[in-house]
Design a protein around this ligand. Structure first.
Ligand code: AMP
Ligand code: TRP
Length: 345
């Protein structure tokens, strides 16, 4: 069976979104919205796999929703909602907990990074997080998942879970009328653009992340013009001028990162950026980069702030998105229950 093309992705409401989220994921989300049916989720259930202050969590859910809209996601066209409001996610995640194997989860590098040394003290939720992610996607039979590079392994796991479910329940899936046993699609990662992995401004070998203790390491979508300029000015670089060709960036992670950021924001390739700035000193390039960042991110910060002044309106967007999400996921989860052998009353 050929599945209808459908896009699903999500971000965690933990702290404010940053340039890595925007360039690695959101720009693709905005693009896909023009051609596809898209479902964009604020994954609050993923957020609580590590401790969240309840008041801050509520505010972060609205803040991320506001940032989605301010960045260009259209709540009329795409479905914007928060995960915990659609029960299908939790229901399907439980079933996937029983499909995925311990050995598969043991290979997840993000769990190892996030759990750190004190693994015994990590929540069980953090460990089974990738099963919930598979449920997010497959509850809608989504076929395409635009994400940053760091989510590649989780998406491979989602495909393995879909495949195993299709095999384990083949007989019942066919009884339900699916001739070829294809109950779930194998979702494809969409990892594209010049900045699928934006690095820290303080260390070109580390990913830009919300959890980095240094705020100078990232540009937040809420930073004002002065803060953006200061962070870029302080960004780590090397003493050489910029090269004029791509291969000149080899072994220069900080230079490569800043050029990638410029390219992604300007909608150009890295090669084109180097054609313009090859031979320039970092001081000049940083000035141009700061201006571009302020030009692109300034309006998003202003619009997010404007939207946050009316939280009731944000809640209305989420309520309507959740309603539309339930309409899609409801019949799918009902079929899953039949296939698995549950009695529905
Ligand atoms: P998270 O903030 O972990 O919920 O991530 C939300 C989305 O942003 C996911 O698709 C990530 O892959 C993407 N993302 C997060 N950090 C980066 C980064 N430094 N570079 C590129 N993409 C990123
Ligand atoms: N795990 C993703 C991250 O940390 C967020 C996420 C949760 C997600 N569910 C998803 C992304 C489903 C894509 C599809 O970035």
């Amino acid at each position: 069976m050929k599945f209808k093309e459908r896009v699903f992705s999500g971000m965690q409401p933990t702290g404010s979104l940053h340039l890595g989220n925007y360039l690695g994921a959101m720009l693709q989300w905005i693009e896909l919205q023009k051609t596809h049916e898209c479902i964009y989720c604020v994954v609050d259930m993923h957020a609580i796999t590590v401790w969240q202050d309840p008041d801050e969590l509520k505010s972060a859910i609205r803040q991320v929703t506001a940032a989605y809209i301010a960045s260009g996601l259209d709540p009329k066209r795409s479905i914007l909602f928060n995960q915990s409001e659609v029960a299908a996610h939790a229901e399907l995640a439980w079933i996937f907990n029983c499909v995925a194997r311990l050995g598969w989860l043991n290979r997840m590098t993000q769990f190892k990074e996030k759990a750190g040394k004190d693994r015994e003290n990590a929540s069980v939720g953090l460990y089974v997080y990738p099963n919930l992610m598979a449920a997010d996607i497959l509850a809608y039979r989504a076929t395409h998942v635009p994400v940053g590079d760091d989510q590649k392994q989780h998406l491979e796991l989602s495909r393995d879970i879909a495949q195993k479910f299709n095999n384990d329940f083949k007989q019942w899936i066919e009884k339900a009328g699916y001739v070829d046993g294809n109950f779930f699609p194998l979702p494809e990662p969409v990892i594209t653009g010049p900045a699928t992995r934006v690095m820290s401004l303080r260390d070109g070998t580390k990913k830009m992340s919300k959890s980095d203790p240094s705020d100078l390491s990232r540009i937040n979508l809420t930073d004002d013009a002065d803060t953006i300029a200061k962070k870029i000015q302080k960004a780590k670089t090397d003493p050489e001028p910029l090269p004029s060709e791509l291969k000149g960036l080899d072994g220069r992670p900080e230079a490569e990162n800043l050029v990638g950021i410029y390219a992604a924001l300007a909608g150009r390739s890295k090669a084109k950026v180097l054609e313009e700035f090859g031979g320039a000193q970092f001081s000049a390039f940083k000035k141009a980069l700061a201006e571009l960042c302020v030009e692109k991110l300034g309006p998003i910060a202003a619009e997010t702030k404007r939207l946050m002044a009316d939280p009731a309106e944000i809640d209305r967007v989420l309520a309507s998105g959740s309603e539309r999400a339930r309409v899609i996921a409801g019949p799918i989860i009902a079929e899953v229950k039949d296939v698995v052998g549950f009695v529905r009353s």
